[in-house]
Design a protein around this ligand. Structure first.
Ligand SMILES: Nc1ncnc2c1ncn2[C@@H]1O[C@H](COP(=O)(O)OP(=O)(O)O)[C@@H](O)[C@H]1O
Ligand SMILES: [Mg+2]
Length: 298
């Protein structure tokens, strides 16, 4: 099947954009334990934009990033990166596609035994055979882009959490990717560093003509910088639109996620036997298949 055979959901706000760098079409995925993690996801990531992927913990956000990066393959549906079906790519072609993707992993720490400079130089030394002189120029340029050119000789232990995150950002864009995926880049940051990191993601996106996918729980910071917000819950997309469109939604799930309603459709309780079954005389249920656990940790 070629890219042109894929029809995208015309009802989704961004689906009709001809200029999608990434497109997921009716993607179904589970990790093989009988549980469905993604249950028919259709979305597009427009070129040049910042797309925020949000939703409760365990909702499948990191999984979507892994599917885009080809670390996991769908059980049904397609994941297109620049028109290529990522699920069909093998070895060299997959490697080439991945080189065009920068990734700031969830809890992605710096190499503690490498300096700030060494951390940003690492992907360049690993994936290119550029001469050291050129690597130096690129590293200093990337560090300059995150305001840390002067910190090049410091070790990770000598810099703050906010600075470390900015170094990780410089490392994610070291290879001049077309797409940058940030998995919870704000976790553990104080409000000031968080604001700085968020603005930086937006600035880098625009200055370097990137396309960004941002997974984040921080509603205010993310809504400030995103062009498009996609909200995942219970394996499906429950909202997709501009921050203002999502903010105005009356959907109970969206309102719960935005912190407007304390309780709502996202279940607090991990599925299992009922209280009666555990403590009473009711028969024990069958386990496993079809269960949809959710943690209300958003
Ligand atoms: N490698 C894995 N093996 C099995 N289950 C996994 C794996 N990674 C994630 N999961 C499960 O898949 C679901 C979605 O996880 P994830 O994509 O990490 O969610 P999020 O990033 O939104 O918190 C969760 O229920 C999680 O427990
Ligand atoms: Mg995650």
């Amino acid at each position: 099947m070629s890219a042109s055979d894929v029809t995208l959901d015309a009802t989704a706000p961004f689906a009709a954009a001809p200029d999608a760098l990434v497109a997921l079409h009716d993607v179904r995925f589970g990790y093989g334990d009988g549980r469905t993690v993604l249950d028919g996801i259709t979305l597009t990531v427009p070129r040049g934009k910042v797309t925020a992927l949000m939703g409760a913990s365990g909702g499948g956000k990191t999984t979507v990033l892994r599917l885009i990066g080809g670390q996991q393959r769908t059980q049904a549906g397609q994941v297109l990166f620049d028109g290529q079906d990522v699920g069909q790519l093998r070895d060299a072609a997959l490697y080439a596609a991945r080189r065009r993707m920068g990734m700031l992993f969830q809890f992605g720490a710096l190499f503690t035994d490498l300096s700030v400079y060494g951390n940003v130089a690492f992907p360049l030394r690993e994936h290119t055979d550029l001469p050291e002189r050129l690597i130096r120029d690129i590293v200093l340029m990337k560090l300059g882009a995150v305001g840390l050119r002067g910190a090049r000789d410091l070790m990770p232990a000598q810099i703050s959490g906010g600075m470390a995150r900015r170094v990780a950002l410089a490392r994610a864009i070291a290879l001049d990717p077309d797409l940058v995926m940030y998995d919870e880049p704000f976790s553990g940051l104080d409000p000031i560093s968080l604001g700085t990191a968020a603005r930086l993601i937006r600035r880098l996106n625009d200055a370097l003509h990137l396309t960004s996918v941002l997974v984040s729980h921080d509603v205010p910071a993310t809504f400030r910088i995103a062009d498009q917000v996609i909200l995942l819950a219970n394996g499906k997309i429950v909202a997709q639109g501009t921050p203002n469109e999502v903010r105005a939604s009356r959907d109970p799930l969206v309102r719960q996620f935005m912190g407007l309603d304390a309780d709502g459709p996202v279940r607090f309780e991990y599925p299992g036997p009922t209280v009666e079954q555990d403590f009473g005389t009711a028969p024990q249920p069958k386990r496993g298949v079809g269960a949809q656990p959710e943690e209300a940790a958003a």
